[in-house]
Design a protein around this ligand. Structure first.
Ligand code: MSP
Length: 662
């Protein structure tokens, strides 16, 4: 027997740096709808999502929360999985970039690329803030200082700290080598990047002007995958993150059967701001690895709130939970897939949302079901029977139904969720019109039982088809529709999708209940707006509370706090200036039973720093070692500061080396 057709779809892996909004849910719901659709079409489908857990942001978030990065990402991944469960996301695998097998495979990939010369060691130049321990590009700086010739010679980081131009060793990926091959691939595969406008943007803005080699490691970040052959470097963001699409299938591990079965991916769904990484860096990485490229990258637009970008601080972020708890899951899934054409930006507005719930769901679909089931009870004692023949109106309804199915499949195949739903809702409208055209109440009065039975059968059949067509996108209502029609969803899903395949002689429910109750618009809009505001004020209250607590405590520390700090007497063995930094001095210190390297920003205060050799200085020795300018500092020299005068805490010879202060 021939192997089943396969389909592999992915979402981006999310940074676990905060609560997920309806914007993140948007991509995931789209991917889920597609995966469900393909499964219903008989494809052996693999749907991947997950979390992108390394990097400085995560390291800082964890530090703020006072926990280890691993613990932080464990909590977040758990939260995300709970959300996906609530949204009925039918993923086959949830990959985390901290998974041991992912880490191992990324290391293998890196070493392979290094060995074959696609990755080389160079120097990364950027604006560095010692206090933030972070690099900034010139455009990210809050302020820049220029010399008389207009050359930028310094600046201020967004945090308000000064930055200096420094160089850090970094590995680079030779991107330019592959540019021509990439352009050729775009040409030969015109649907590789969708929508097509995004391909033009990539070619004109990034590839044609010349691809720069990409910095792929950092020495200033700890929370990342170490480069095996040079572990002071960690793999920086994109090689780690993008490889998830293949490591999740077992690429680079002992069992790569899923990789063999599903790679290349049929489609990577990504937001428009990361299209560049997926259509330039990722294909080039794959070319360098000699692997086939994904068949398609679909760059969707953003979910805006009204016309604005969603942001927690602006108080306009909408979280999926608050919508689902109030309106039900299908209202959210329907709205996101219908109101925002996939590929373009679109807006979520509370007013529009409630209107769609009322008009599209409660009136159009909900009423069609309710009227149909009520009439079948009233006129046919609840029984749906096969029509003996069709008349013109019935044949036309059947024709429109079958045309709708074709259109729906065409649109779904192209990831045009909104247009697919448009087609279905046009048919919902057609079925409602069929009731007005056939006037069953008149047929009943006139005793035309055969015609009446035909109309009821046609309506029930229309609803069955509608329920099947919406089922990849709306995961709860189809089962309710089937239950009210007296059908079994599992059985129906096995049948060919065409008008007339109804399981006749079933009994509809006696008491139809509205599947989408009508809402009071003003009340519901107010509710959504309150939820948006609450998300901000909750955060403020919590941080305000914390600030108040800290205010109260700040004048005192406990003896336990003091005991935690280990201060020792050390002697300077040697000291030198750090190249590329105007501030830092590198001290080699002797603490009696151990030696340590300590970096300290003292150059300005000790221009003749050689004089410090042999001096005894107090140092904190149990601070977590940290990297500055790519070098490790294993402690902190104490100093006093008054105004502009800064002096190291030099002590007399009567203090023994390694003596503990306390
Ligand atoms: N970790 C990277 C992706 C690596 S993939 C190898 C990342 N993560 S993210 O969490 O910042 O964003 C993930 C996705 O969410 C992006 O595709 C982004 O476009 C999407 N969205 C975030 N907010 C969104 C909206 N308001 N609307 C639509 N999509 C949005 O980037």
């Amino acid at each position: 027997m021939a192997d089943k057709k396969t389909f592999y779809i992915t979402t981006p892996i999310y940074y676990p740096s905060g609560r997920l909004t309806i914007g993140n849910a948007y991509t995931t719901i789209a991917a889920d709808s597609m995966a469900r659709y393909k499964r219903s079409q008989g494809y052996d489908t693999f749907f991947l999502t997950g979390t992108d857990e390394h990097g400085l942001k995560i390291e800082q978030k964890a530090e703020k929360a006072g926990i280890k990065p691993q613990e932080y990402v464990d909590n977040m991944a758990k939260q995300y999985k709970e959300l996906w469960k609530k949204l009925d996301i039918s993923y086959d695998k949830f990959i985390r970039t901290t998974d041991a097998d992912h880490v191992k495979s990324v290391q293998k990939i890196f070493e392979k690329l290094l060995k074959q010369g696609d990755i080389y060691l160079g120097e990364y130049t950027g604006w560095y803030s010692v206090e933030d321990e972070e690099y900034f590009t010139e455009s990210q700086l809050k302020e820049v200082f220029k010399d008389d010739n207009g050359k930028v010679i310094g600046g201020i980081a967004p945090s308000g700290h000064k930055v200096q131009l420094v160089k850090e060793p970094s590995y680079f990926f030779r991107m330019s080598k592959y540019a021509d091959r990439l352009l050729k691939y775009y040409k030969e595969n015109p649907d590789f990047i969708l929508p097509h406008s995004r391909e033009k943007e990539m070619v004109n803005n990034f590839i044609k002007p010349g691809l720069e080699d990409l910095s792929v490691t950092r020495t200033t970040i700890d929370w990342g995958i170490p480069v095996p052959s040079d572990p002071k470097h960690v793999v920086y963001v994109w090689i780690d993150a993008l490889s998830n699409y293949i490591t999740a299938l077992g690429y680079g591990s002992d069992d790569d059967s899923l990789f063999k079965k599903f790679w290349p991916a049929d489609v990577h769904l990504v937001g428009k701001e990361i299209v560049r990484f997926h259509t330039i860096y990722w294909p080039i990485m794959l070319m360098a690895l000699d692997l086939p490229l994904p068949k398609q990258i679909f760059g969707h637009g953003w979910v805006l709130i009204y016309k604005d970008k969603m942001s927690k601080s602006k108080g306009n972020a909408v979280y999926p939970e608050s919508i689902v708890d109030r309106f039900g899951l299908d209202a959210l899934r329907y709205y996101l897939m219908r109101a925002i054409p996939f590929g373009s930006d679109g807006s979520f507005s509370p007013e529009d949302f409630v209107e769609r719930v009322n008009f599209d769901l409660a009136n159009d679909l909900g009423n069609l079901l309710n009227r149909t089931v009520s009439m079948i009870n009233q006129y046919q004692a609840g029984l749906v029977t096969k029509p003996a023949s069709q008349d013109d109106l019935g044949s036309d309804l059947a024709k429109v139904a079958n045309e709708t199915i074709v259109e729906y499949q065409k649109q779904m195949d192209a990831l045009h969720f909104s247009q697919a739903l448009d087609a279905i809702w046009k048919f919902v409208g057609r079925a409602n019109k069929y009731i007005d055209e056939t006037t069953p109440w008149v047929l009943n009065k006139e005793g035309k039982t055969e015609e009446l039975a035909r109309v009821m059968a046609n309506l029930a059949e229309s609803l069955r088809l509608i329920a099947i067509m919406i089922s990849p996108i709306m995961t709860e209502s189809p089962a309710k529709i089937f239950a009210q029609l007296g059908l079994n969803f599992e059985d129906e899903a096995q049948k060919a999708l065409e008008f007339g395949a109804f399981s006749w002689n079933v009994k509809v429910t006696e008491k139809p209940t509205p599947i989408f109750p009508r809402r009071k618009k003003d009340e519901e809009v107010a509710y959504i707006k309150e939820e948006m505001a609450k998300a901000v004020s909750k955060k403020q209250t919590r941080s305000e509370k914390k600030a108040a607590e800290m205010e109260e405590e700040k004048n005192y520390i406990s003896i336990d706090d003091f005991d935690k700090v280990q201060i020792k007497v050390g002697q300077v063995i040697s000291v030198e200036a750090v190249e590329g930094s105007s501030k830092l001095l590198k001290f080699q210190m002797d603490f009696g039973d151990e030696k340590r390297q300590i970096l300290s920003g003292m150059h300005k205060f000790y221009p003749d720093f050689e004089e410090l050799v042999g001096k005894k200085i107090l140092a904190v020795t149990n601070l977590k070692p940290r990297k500055m300018m790519g070098m490790e500092s294993q402690g902190m020299l104490l100093s006093s500061e008054k105004g502009k005068k800064v002096k190291l805490a030099i002590v007399g010879d009567e203090h023994d080396l390694g003596a503990l202060l306390g």
